[in-house]
Every structure is written in C-alpha cells, then in structure tokens.
Design a protein around this ligand. Sequence first.
Ligand code: TA6
Length: 301
Amino acid sequence: MNTLAELNRRFAVASKLAFEALPGGFLVARVDTDFGSATIALQGAHVLTYQPRNHGPLIWLSKFAKFVPGKSVRGGVPICWPWFGPHSANVQFPGHGFARTVPWQLVEARALPDGRIRLDFELIQSDATRAQWPHASTVRNIVTVGQELEVELATTNTGVAPFQLSQALHTYFEVGDIRRVSIDGLDGSDFIDKVDGSSRKRQEGPLTFSAETDRIYLATSGHCVIRDPELARSILVTSTGSRSTVVWNPWIEKADKMGDFGTDGHLGMVCVETANAADDIIVLKPDETHRLTAQYRSIKD
Ligand code: TA6
C-alpha cells in the first residue's frame, strides 16, 4: 500500500499533483491543471471532486460525507465492482461490491503533453477480497483530469476460466435543483423501475424528477445530457463499454434515512451511472480485458 511520503516522492508533479492525508488518515491526490482540478482518494480510487476551470463543480460530494477507512463515501465517483447492487448469491457480501471500500495503489501518474494529468490506480487484492471474488483478475481505474473528467475502469481476466462481472461508475453530479433538471438521451429506452417493484417500462421523452427515482435503463446509447437551468449549464456524459445506465435520486425520506445527505441534500445531486447491470452482464474470457469508460463535460448554456 502506498504511504504519503512515497506518493509525494514518486508521483508528485510540481504545482499540478500532490498528495495529502485528510483527518482520519484518508490519502488523497490533489490535481490542479490549467483545465480543471480534482481530488481522488486512494481508497476506492474514488474521485471525490472535479471542477473544470471557469466552471462550477461538476461532481457532487455530500457536505456530510464521512471519510472512514473501509466505509463508502457519499458522493464523487464511487466504483461498484465486481458486482452492481446486491451480490447474486451471498447477502453478507457488501452491496455494489468491495472496490469502493478497499485501498488501491497508484501505479503511475503523469502530466500528458497537452497538460492533462493522468493517474492509474490498481485495486489491492487481499484474502478478504479473494474470499468474495475468487477469480484471477486485475482491475485498474485510470483517471484523466483536464477540460473533461475521464474515467476508465479496466478489468482483465488473468486466470484460466471465464467469469461474469457487473459494475458501475456510480457518479454523483452536482445540480442546482433536481426538480428542474431533465435528462436527454434515454428517450425510447426500456428501464427497470426499482421504486415500482422492478417493473419494466419505457421512457417517453426527457427524464424529469418529482419523487424517488431508481432506474436501470437498458440498451442505452452511451450519450446523455443533464440539463440544469438553475445552474445555466448542461453536463454531457459519454461512455463506452456499457449498455446500461442507472439514474438515481433518493428524494427526501430515503436521503434523510441515509444520514450522510443532510437536509435537502438530495436537491443538489443526481446519479447518472455508466454501468454493466441487469441484462448487461460482462462475460470475460481468459486474457480478455473489459474497458468501461466515461467522459464528463460541463457546457454553459
Ligand atoms: O445506483 C442506485 C443504487 O443502487 C440505489 O438503489 C441506492 O440505494 C444506491 O445505489 C446507493 O447505494 P449505497 O450503497 O451507496 O448507499
């Protein structure tokens, strides 16, 4: 596992990339480029914040987020891996997998010729992770900070037998007021409505929000636009390696129960998740690599 001193010695880039410990011991990378800034935690290779230069924050991080080793953080870009939602066979295993609550190591960090900063993390396997995921594999999260935020989650089968994988980039976006937000790019897609007994429905027109929303959109195109009149901007989400998109807002009651949203915290966020979930399961053969990528860009109206 990387130490703070080692991270700064091996990977710091003058005035662009440095590492620090948050109270409680959470190690984070602080990235500051000419195009945007970000913080990324070593636990979970979890992007906590991202702000393109001359724009407001794009990623939502709860004001009440707790930074406790081994616990998930409310907000940012949590990685759900190697399964999305509950484990299919063992209810004792954590929802959304273990990747977001274990340490990752930084294997490479560099300034690209165009000034972006790229960090390449690999999940550290242990007896505890192998007990839940007995498949020979590696998973890397490659994060590039520039005018866009780019995330690439690459899983490789290093064993001799195929395995199945579900996953998501469970990204929390900052919005001005969820009640005024609409999402384009899902029109005509079938979805599983998790707040209505997982019934299957079809999206007609843009998606808008007036109650708890928890949906897995199926056979999606990899292109969504979050329209936000309150902040006078749109967020463009493009992705590859994914045929399912999860959209989530817990609304008032559920957010209250979670204890890390704060009063009305749900008004300022929406999750639009680039996923391989429900029907969209990945079967990875020996030596194959699956790449799930997402790019996030802010466009002023
Ligand atoms: O992606 C939507 C979802 O699966 C919801 O069902 C919701 O409960 C959630 O993720 C948040 O999960 P978490 O484990 O982070 O509290």
